[in-house]
Design a protein around this ligand. Structure first.
Ligand code: AHR
Length: 501
């Protein structure tokens, strides 16, 4: 039997709500169809946004949304996406399927979407193919309350009040699709571009995100910080976050692997790769510590998730994939890792929100399904804005096939302002249940909620015909006494238990 020791008297860091953030790019059916259908659509909508999707996202408590890309961000020219829709300039989306982008979803529509969801805004600027002037005018357009040229243009386009831009990314993957730069070159460009991200509203300063590494490119992290960080020390607001991108491809980048047709070895390989996030955060974090020991600059994992071969018969440039119980476990593991590193991780954005990669929602015409990943994020929403608690596993075995070893259980624990504890646990075993004895520093707790996402089949997923194959269900296999909590976790499961006195 495994043991979990929780010391609820030892409150650790604060889990920023933004750690549970999302990302939507102009890619495939991620925005068009998936979120934005236009006011004239037969699909029920408010100002063009699908009501079913917005409602589901509200239930998830989406804290922040990153837009417009991704690789798309570095070829996006924001002025093409404002003004009367019929007059907006079209472009070819060269990164994603070569389709025509009609720019009908632009800045005003993004801000309207965030208003409807009730989330913060994270906009990624174009450093790769744009100019400093273009970027600084976008900021002026969105946030200036003066009678400045860009603010006047915004008003002409129907928006009197400035919006709030909470986060602004200066380039995306500048080591790759964002311009193939060296770390030193990018860092100098970052220094220049960020200078012109003005704070028109000093009450709500824009948090600036510097482009960080791809996976384990520690050379990038070290190089960017060496050139940029000395400056950050005296220029207040120079750098609020440094990003990191990490996708799990079970069969490697070239082959990726099927989302739904996989064996037990691929199950463990995928989860083993998901666990690598811990190493990445630790190692990039150590480099950041050399420059920023007080952890003022957040690590922003603004793209993470599984990336499989797209669904057969779909456009390969659209990155549409199904989502099984394996994705649920990958999400549960990753979110537990983020919680445990909340001293450094200040935001993370699952890629991507609807119809792309590890989506929480899939749509087909007027139909919508919540994926297994959705249900995990829904259970884990209670960690948002809570305090991480000291917790430690013992007597948990290592399992797996061949080189793909994983701990049988992962966990994290937090406590919210009302002193309700949230324990999230994953049983990674494809075949075996696990009994877990949970100990607390104090006595006298009661369970107030217990939920589980599981299925007997590791390949289980939801379809438009069977929408409830993998859902969040009541969990009853536990016993609480004055001394401890005994849980029996079925194989292939993500569990959330909330307790209080
Ligand atoms: O999320 C899909 C793509 O993956 C993004 O556009 C890019 O930033 C990353 O390589």
């Amino acid at each position: 039997m495994g043991k979990l020791y929780i010391n609820e008297t030892k409150k650790k860091g604060f889990i920023e709500p933004e750690v549970y953030g999302h990302f939507s790019e102009h890619l495939g059916r991620g925005i068009y169809e998936g979120i934005y259908v236009g006011e004239n659509s037969d699909i029920p909508n408010v100002n063009g946004m699908r009501m079913d999707v917005v409602e589901a996202l509200k239930e998830l408590r989406v804290p922040v949304l990153r837009w417009p890309g991704g690789c798309f961000a570095d070829e996006y020219h924001w002025k093409d996406g404002i003004g009367p829709r019929e007059g907006r300039k079209k472009m070819v989306n060269t990164h994603w399927g070569g389709v025509i982008e009609d720019n009908s979803f632009g800045t005003h529509e993004f801000m309207e979407l965030c208003r409807q969801i009730g989330c913060k805004t994270y906009i990624n600027g174009n450093l790769g193919s744009g100019t400093v002037q273009e970027m600084s005018e976008w900021i002026e357009y969105m946030t200036s309350d003066e009678s400045s040229p860009m603010a006047e243009l915004r008003k002409e386009n129907g928006r009197e009040e400035p919006w709030t831009v909470d986060y602004f990314g200066i380039g995306n993957e500048s080591w790759g699709c964002g311009g193939n730069m060296t770390p030193e070159y990018y860092a100098n460009e970052y220094r220049r571009y960020q200078t012109f991200i003005r704070n028109y509203n000093p009450e709500k300063p824009i948090k600036k995100i510097c482009c960080g590494a791809n996976v384990d490119d520690y050379h990038w992290t070290g190089g960017v910080l060496a050139t940029a960080y000395d400056h950050a020390q005296w220029a207040h607001g120079f750098m609020d976050g440094l990003s990191l991108h990490y996708y799990v491809h079970p069969d490697g980048w070239e082959r990726k692997g099927s989302a739904t047709d996989f064996d037990e070895e691929a199950w463990y390989r995928t989860l083993h790769k998901a666990l690598f996030m811990d190493t990445l955060i630790t190692r990039h974090g150590k480099l950041m510590d050399q420059y920023d020991p007080e952890k003022k600059v957040g690590m922003i994992v603004d793209e993470w998730g599984t990336w499989f071969t797209c669904e057969p018969g779909t456009n390969p440039g659209f990155l549409y994939q199904q989502n099984t119980l394996r994705d649920a476990l990958a999400a549960g593991i990753t979110l537990n890792i983020f919680n445990k590193h909340c001293d450094r991780i200040k935001m993370a954005n699952l890629a991507q929100m609807v119809n792309v990669l590890q989506a929480v929602i899939l749509t087909e015409g007027g139909k919508m399904i919540k994926t297994p990943t959705y249900h995990v994020l829904h259970m884990y929403r209670h960690h948002q804005g809570a305090r991480l608690l000291s917790s430690e596993l013992s007597q948990v075995s290592e399992i797996g096939i061949a080189d793909w070893r994983v701990p049988k259980v992962t966990e994290s624990v937090s406590v919210d302002e009302e002193e309700i504890m949230t324990i999230t646990l994953n049983n990674l075993s494809a075949t075996e249940k696990e009994s877990m004895e949970v100990f607390f520093a104090e006595k006298g707790y009661a369970v107030i909620e217990a939920k589980i996402v599981t299925n007997k089949d590791m390949r289980a997923y939801n379809t438009f015909e069977d929408t409830k194959n993998v859902v969040e269900a009541e969990f009853t296999d536990y016993k609480i006494t004055n001394d401890n909590l005994l849980i029996t976790m079925p194989p292939l499961s993500v569990i959330e238990i909330r307790i209080s006195k």
